[in-house]
Write a new protein. Structure first.
Length: 208
């Protein structure tokens, strides 16, 4: 677990619903729907709950926060509890603040840079081009599930898969799971999702 969770803790509900997923033999329709949705989505705001599952913990570690995204490379990822942490991504620039103080040391900068590329791919829909991931498509009655397997060996050392749950009715991303092993993973459940609202650019350049 130490390989992935702790270096990326700044970036960062296992779902209780017993959904049964079956593999989609021909995923072209599903892929086209999600691709169309991401292309039409100019902005996203949402709340999230984070549950860190680890073989080192007796119970999952919980946190809450807020997300703001603006097409195609602006992201504000803000933990509001139990710690206050903010990652700002504005194109090629990324900044990190913890407990009201901007962190500029080399280690933090490297971690944020790694997070930057991954987050932009996931929220912009660029992952669908399968340049960096092999994707398997599944469905239940209410959701599409996309399982992304990294092609890069270095990334695969830290992430065995990224599992994305999209609502069939809205095509919004309802849940994202970063999996190291079956027992070691971070799960994000999104709520109060709003798309195509106006977000000022300062949201991605200023911590206030």
């Amino acid at each position: 677990m130490h390989k992935f969770i702790f270096p990326l803790f700044v970036f960062l509900v296992f779902t209780g619903s017993a959904q049964t997923f079956t593999k989609i033999a021909n995923p072209s329709t599903c892929k086209a729907k999600i691709n169309k949705k991401t292309a039409e989505t100019k902005s996203i705001t949402a709340n999230f709950e984070e549950h860190v599952h680890s073989s080192m913990f007796n119970t999952p570690k919980k946190a809450q926060g807020k997300l703001a995204y603006k097409q195609s490379d602006k992201i504000r990822w803000e933990h509001t509890s139990p710690k206050k942490q903010i990652i700002l991504i504005n194109g090629t620039k990324a900044r990190f603040q913890e407990n009201g103080q901007e962190v500029k040391n080399a280690t933090a900068n490297r971690v944020v840079k790694k997070i930057q590329g991954l987050m932009v791919q996931l929220f912009s829909g660029d992952f669908l081009n399968e340049k960096e991931f092999n994707i398997a498509y599944f469905e239940s009655g209410s959701h599409y599930k996309l399982v992304l397997k990294p092609k890069n060996a270095r990334m695969a050392n830290y992430i065995s898969s990224i599992d994305l749950l999209f609502s069939k009715s809205t095509l919004n991303l309802d849940q994202m799971t970063l999996v190291e092993t079956e027992n070691d993973k971070i799960v994000y459940a999104f709520s109060n999702i709003r798309t195509n609202t106006t977000i000022t650019d300062t949201k991605f350049t200023q911590f206030q």
